[in-house]
Write a protein of this length. Structure first.
Length: 156
């Protein structure tokens, strides 16, 4: 499973585990067959718990169709439903052009803007090359206030 719109619709209870006292989505298979684990914030786990409790599901895939009376039915949703859901919610927010993959880029940029380390964002996204992560973030080398200006090894 890759972290894409397809991966989200395939997310199952088996993928969610505790690792080092933190929730994680485990055994994700990315491009090139790379298997990895992605940390999951507590608020995401809490939101999933609310959904699974309300839907009265405890095994199999987490995301399911919901009928008009609000009950979950079936055992999965399709990629098309995932796309439609993102588009519908974006429309409600007044965003006309949004695809599921844009959410991945947005997550990366929010992590970076909140002080996330480039290497950790690279791990999160599963990029083999840091250059790919830099492209996602739109990173450019800064000379003014460079990272090595304040490392504390200046001569006396």
């Amino acid at each position: 499973m890759r972290i894409t719109a397809v991966a989200l619709i395939e997310l199952s209870f088996d993928h969610i585990q505790r690792r080092d006292e933190h929730w994680a989505i485990v055994d994700l298979v990315g491009k090139g067959g790379h298997i990895r684990t992605v940390p999951m914030p507590d608020w995401v786990k809490g939101t999933l718990d609310l959904w699974t409790t309300a839907a009265r599901i405890s095994d199999g895939r987490i995301f399911r169709c919901v009928c008009r009376n609000g009950c979950a039915w079936g055992s999965k949703i399709t990629e098309k439903v995932g796309w439609y859901t993102v588009k519908e919610q974006a429309g409600k927010l007044g965003i006309s052009q949004l695809a599921p993959h844009d959410l991945r880029r947005s997550c990366a940029r929010l992590c970076h803007e909140s002080g996330g380390e480039l290497e950790q964002i690279q791990f999160l996204l599963g990029h083999v090359s840091v250059q790919t992560t830099e492209k996602y973030l739109g990173c450019k080398q800064r000379f003014q206030g460079a990272v090595n200006d304040r490392i504390g090894i200046e001569p006396c």
